[in-house]
Design a protein around this ligand. Structure first.
Ligand code: SAH
Length: 255
């Protein structure tokens, strides 16, 4: 078996957020198996490849995953380079373990190229650093969805970033309070981070349900805690002195 499989993180969507290494490897690909969340403009990086959509949203059943694994093995047997293109970073909620396992079992050589995960894209979009000096010393990437479809929230880090929670912000708000987050803890919600039509809104743990309508039907990241706090310069305009007045508050949300 001569072919190899490269797992590439496509970034949060917009084609220009893929890494240079990812884009170059795409250019060599014979076959690309890709997810749903990626920008069609990525195809320009791999014009001669055969593109196969294997995307799924939320938890796919094991049949779906087995089928993807089998397709990777099949194509790797037929061509030199198979790219498995995944949204964001392949290592974050991307079922990479199952696919790497299947490749190892089949004796197929693999490589993983990192990508910009949605949490990082959301932090960049809002200019809210995920770590803060003093009170933001740890960051956790969490999925709020359990296998049974229930919501789960925790308080394990100073900044907690929730994936796959957009459809259940009311339940998440409740669970966050149960997990011990004070109800006035800042929460930043960003949907389609990294795209020209990204949306951002600010809430606290108690008012988070109000974000539901604005972000409905869009991939959404919910950041809770220190990393959700607006910049000081944007928080208290009344306190700004003359030199602070030069600070632009473009990224701050309109109330
Ligand atoms: N591997 C991906 C995550 C896949 S799970 C990554 O590293 O980003 C899918 C979840 O990611 C979505 O439910 C949503 O919570 C989040 N997501 C993906 N793209 C996003 C984007 N552009 N903006 C906001 N959230 C996004």
């Amino acid at each position: 078996m001569a072919g190899r499989v490269v797992f590439i993180g496509a970034g949060p969507g917009s084609a220009d957020l893929i890494t240079l290494r990812g884009a170059r490897l795409l250019g060599d690909a014979d076959v690309v198996l890709h997810d749903a969340l990626t920008d069609p403009a990525l195809r320009e990086f791999a014009p001669r490849a055969r593109w196969i959509h294997v995307g799924k949203r939320g938890f796919s059943d094991s049949t779906g995953q087995d089928l993807i694994n089998a397709m990777l093995v099949k194509h790797a047997a037929e061509v030199a380079l198979v790219v498995r293109l995944k949204g964001g970073d392949p290592s974050i909620f991307g079922r990479l373990e199952e696919e790497l396992d299947a490749m190892a079992r089949a004796g197929i050589e693999c490589e993983v190229v990192p990508g910009v995960t949605a949490a990082i894209a959301a932090a960049a979009a809002t200019q809210r650093p995920l770590t803060r000096r003093g009170d933001g010393r740890s960051v956790s990437f969490t999925t709020a969805m359990t296998r049974t479809g229930d919501m789960h929230a925790s308080r394990t880090a100073d900044t907690e970033v929730f994936y796959m929670a957009g459809k259940q912000l009311c339940a998440l708000s409740r669970r966050l309070i149960e997990a011990g987050w004070p109800s006035d803890t800042p929460v930043s919600v960003v949907s389609r981070a990294g795209w020209p039509d990204q949306l951002h809104s600010d809430h606290n743990v108690a008012t988070l349900p109000r974000a539901s309508l604005l972000h409905a039907g869009r991939p959404t990241i919910v950041t809770v805690g220190a990393g959700a706090r607006p910049l000081e310069a944007c928080q208290e305009p009344a306190k700004r002195n003359a030199s602070d007045a030069a600070v632009t508050c473009e990224p701050c949300p309109k109330p």
